[in-house]
Each structure stands twice: as structure tokens, then as C-alpha cells.
Design a protein. Structure first.
Ligand SMILES: [Zn+2]
Length: 230
């Protein structure tokens, strides 16, 4: 749209940076430049034995694991994740996906990805939220990686209570049996990139990966928008 029209529109409908609350100018999209600059990237995509990858050692066999940003309470990343999960702000998810993919396409650890697979959300939750937040992130990633998203093979079969107030053991009991594979032959011999919003204990990723590994010759890599201490 013409700049003058944008300026007029933003007088009445100002776009606000979800991270800091400042108004966005017309060159800024989704978040302001200073927040973009201050969001702490981990650089884990190119580090095979990074702390998030280590978390899964001895638990499940993963090819590569990374989280793009450090998630700190009251940091710049937390409000973006919050917008995505609770405020129907899909742009926040697309932004995160694009930033994740920009790092991943530069890493030899993530070479040869065949499918982007968002961690499935139960249909009931999708109904409440309107979408699966991991899928929104995956859409952002697809725009950079040019790889297809597949959400038909790895599926969730039962709803679970909220994870946030549970211990690690309780979380594991909660997610262990909820994912199944439909038509696993579609993933045989393929490199799957599993997408999550935030990795805390890793129990959801572990449960998904265990099920994915039932497909013969599969290689499972993981990318999350952020990692948080549990
Ligand atoms: Zn900002």
C-alpha cells in the first residue's frame, strides 16, 4: 500500500511490537528492529553436542536437535511465544519459523530434510486455539526451506491435561502413549524435521520421536523456537 495510506491507517490501527510494546514503523514487520536485534539466538543449529541435544542422550536417538532462542522470563522471546499461543498472532509464529529456518539451512547437521512435521496438537485444542502453534511455525519454516509439511503420518490420539504444572515424571506419563503413526511407510528412509514451540523437559519431543523411529530407516531431527530451563 502507498506509504501515506499506511501512515493514515496506523494512526487508527497502530501495530505494536509484541515484545516491547512500542509502535512499529512501516519498515518493521511483526516485531521492532531493536527487539529483533536483542532476541538471544542460541547458535545451537551447528553444534551437534549442544545442551538441548545432550538432554536427549540416552533417551532417544535423534540426528540433530536445536532451539533457536533462549527463552527467559520477562525476556524478548517470551511475549512472542505468548502472542502465538494465546493471542492468535500467527505472524509471531511465522517470524519464529523464518528465523529458525534461516539458521537451519546453513547447518550441515540438518542437510537432506524431506518433511517438516509439527508436533501434533489434539483436535480439541486446535478447536479452542484455532490452530496448532507448531504448524504455524512450520509454515514460516517452509517459506525459507521449500520443504513440504506433513501432518498426516504422526498424529495425536488422546487429549492431555496442561503440562505446565507437572513434574518431569508426571509429564512423561502424560505424553508417553499419545502419539501414533499412520502409514509409517511414507516416512521410511526419510529425514524428518520435527518442530515444537518451546523445549523444556523434552518429554513431548521424546514421545514423538519414539513413535517416528518405528518407521524403518528414518532419521529424526528436531528444531524448536526456544528452549527454557525446566
Ligand atoms: Zn520491540
Amino acid at each position: 500500500m502507498p506509504p501515506i495510506l499506511y501512515d493514515l491507517l496506523s494512526l487508527f490501527y497502530p501495530e505494536v511490537c509484541p515484545s516491547c510494546g512500542n509502535l512499529l514503523n512501516r519498515d518493521e514487520k511483526t516485531i521492532c528492529l531493536s527487539c529483533r536485534f536483542l532476541m538471544p539466538k542460541t547458535g545451537y543449529e551447528i553444534v551437534a553436542d549442544n545442551p538441548i541435544a545432550r538432554m536427549f542422550w540416552g533417551r532417544v536417538r535423534l540426528n540433530a536437535v536445536s532451539a533457536c532462542y533462549f527463552f527467559a522470563k520477562k525476556g524478548r522471546v517470551q511475549p512472542l511465544i505468548h502472542e502465538l499461543k494465546y493471542k492468535s498472532n500467527r505472524d509471531a509464529g511465522h517470524f519464529l519459523g523464518i528465523e529458525m529456518a534461516k539458521e537451519i539451512i546453513q547447518s550441515p547437521l540438518y542437510e537432506g530434510v524431506d518433511f517438516i512435521v509439527p508436533v501434533p496438537l489434539h483436535p480439541k485444542k486446535i478447536k479452542i486455539r484455532g490452530y496448532n502453534q507448531s504448524e504455524v511455525i512450520a509454515v514460516g519454516m517452509r517459506s525459507v526451506m521449500n520443504k513440504p509439511i506433513n501432518k498426516d503420518v504422526l498424529v495425536r490420539q488422546i487429549a492431555t491435561a496442561s503440562q505446565t504444572k507437572k513434574s518431569r515424571e508426571a509429564r512423561w506419563q502424560n505424553v508417553k502413549d499419545i502419539f501414533v503413526l499412520h502409514n509409517p511407510e511414507l516416512f521410511e528412509g526419510r529425514h524428518i524435521l520435527l518442530i515444537d514451540d518451546v523445549i523444556t523437559t523434552g518429554s513431548t519431543i521424546e514421545a514423538c520421536a519414539n513413535v517416528l523411529l518405528q518407521a524403518k530407516g528414518i532419521k529424526v531431527s528436531v528444531a524448536a523456537a526456544a528452549c527454557a530451563p525446566s
